[in-house]
Write a protein that binds this ligand. Structure first.
Ligand code: S3P
Length: 447
């Protein structure tokens, strides 16, 4: 299916099949960044083919790193050694990727040169002070729009001193930026989070032989350690798998298995919430890849009931809220998300975009400052809706539409390529009915 801005989704009677999804986006970023500063060569299998990871790879090339052709599987990366990046001649463009810009800002802050980091219009609205402030405390000179709150950021790095830091939000991007900076800093970095965020950076560091010690929500790391290149295989992205599994849960008579998915406990909140809703979801074929647990996940159509998703669950399901909101509309009773204000600073304000777009589909959704209240059932029906440039909103709406009467048009869907190229074809191969509509006039959306 060609790239498209608008898709038309029609309901289907069932979905069935087995498939894989692209490599995990978070792990792919870390694999590339750490391979670029390893001693010697790495081969990275199963990298996410999404635009976010491609953009990080492009930035690494601009910093003097040599890698194979984008799309090679595995991709070969020639490490330049710890602290070995070179001053880029131009601006570093991270596209839509919050993970790319924040993680790279951490490592760039430790390099003694000048660089400018920017991204697309969505990324330039996302908060950066959460990484800028602690990196300044370590000694980096960072400026940016609105005193460094928003990209573009200008960094003149080098000479960092490691320190202890308590992150105000449970954010793996902040934690990872500081761990990457800490690797190149003098002394010991200690990071304490309010709750454990995804721990892929720590796991990958240990996989590479770096001494990074985790205990509860604290990580400690000594600066100055080096690591060698390795061959690794990135497991499937659970945040991408969630869309396919959710589709199987809500389309009657369905059964879908996604093979080789990362089931790191910091990422499995979706599975726990689905089980609390009465969803039939099971794991098999457990194994391990690059220090991460991996399994095949099967979901079958289920009668769902509403649930309360408590604040403690938020870091473990942070990227799955758009699709969990869809499940809530197909459940009996009320679902409440709370303590999830971080959703407001994702690729879109996911509290407000999901409330408005699910409302267009007939959902009864109330917005709260830190979450959503969703009433299941009611008169859900297909309609025109849009992604707000957010890949996960686009995919969540399309999944909902597979189980809704009538036709749904989802506008502005090219963003899906940031994380899940091939999503439309894959969902169709499981039995969905989704067509590209390159209809030149975007339909006017009813309020
Ligand atoms: C990510 C961390 C999370 C997540 C994002 C990827 C990462 O963001 O939402 O999609 O790879 O570290 P925060 O760190 O802002 O919570």
């Amino acid at each position: 299916m060609p790239e498209m801005g608008r898709v038309v989704v029609r309901p289907v009677s069932s979905l069935a099949g087995e498939c894989t999804v692209p490599g995990d986006k978070s792990i792919s970023h870390r694999a590339l960044i750490l391979a670029s500063q390893a001693v010697g060569e790495s081969t990275l299998g199963g990298l996410s083919g999404g635009e976010d990871v491609r953009d990080t790879c492009r930035v690494l090339r601009a910093l003097g790193v040599t890698a194979g052709e984008w799309g090679d599987d595995p991709l070969t990366v020639a490490g330049v050694g710890r602290g070995g990046w070179k001053e880029p001649a131009g601006v570093l463009d991270f596209g839509n990727s919050g993970t790319g810009i924040r993680l790279m800002a951490g490592m760039l802050a430790a390099h003694p040169f000048f660089c400018v980091l920017t991204g697309d219009s969505y990324l330039r609205r996302r908060p950066m002070m959460r990484v800028v402030e602690p990196l300044r405390l370590m000694g980096a000179s960072i400026d940016g729009r609105r005193e460094g709150r928003f990209p573009p950021l200008a960094i003149r790095g080098g000479g960092l001193k490691a320190r202890a830091y308590r992150t105000p939000v449970a954010s793996a991007q902040v934690k990872s930026a500081l761990l990457l900076a800490g690797l190149l800093a003098e002394g010991e970095t200690e990071l304490i989070e309010p709750a454990l965020s995804r721990d892929h950076t720590e796991r990958m560091l240990r996989f590479l032989g770096v001494d990074a010690v985790s205990s509860g929500t604290t990580v400690r790391l000594r600066g100055g350690q080096s690591w060698e290149g390795r061959d690794l295989a990135v497991p499937g992205d659970p945040s991408s798998a969630a869309f396919l599994l959710a589709a199987a849960l809500i389309v009657p008579g369905s059964q879908v298995t996604v093979r080789g998915v990362c089931v790191n406990p910091t990422r499995t909140g979706f599975l726990d919430v689905v089980r609390a809703m009465g969803g039939d979801i099971s794991l098999s074929g457990e194994t391990e890849a690059c220090g991460e647990p991996v399994a095949d996940i099967t979901a079958r159509s289920s009668t769902l009931r509403g649930t309360r998703v408590p604040p403690e669950m938020v870091p473990r399901a942070i990227d799955e809220f758009p699709i969990l909101a869809v499940l809530a509309l197909f459940a009996e009773g009320t679902t409440v998300f709370s303590g999830a204000a971080e959703l407001r600073v994702k690729e879109s304000d996911r509290i407000s975009t999901m409330a408005s777009e699910l409302g267009r589909l007939g959902g009864r959704v109330t917005e709260r400052p830190d979450g959503l209240v969703l009433e299941g059932g009611g008169t859900l029906r297909g309609n025109a809706c849009r992604s707000h440039g957010d890949h996960r909103v686009a995919m969540a709406l399309a999944v909902a539409a597979c189980a809704l009467p009538g036709e749904t048009a989802v506008e502005d869907t090219d963003c899906v390529n940031t994380s899940f190229p091939g999503f439309w074809d894959l969902l169709n191969s499981l039995g969905a009915d989704i067509a590209a509509d390159q209809g030149e006039e975007p339909s006017s959306l009813s309020p």
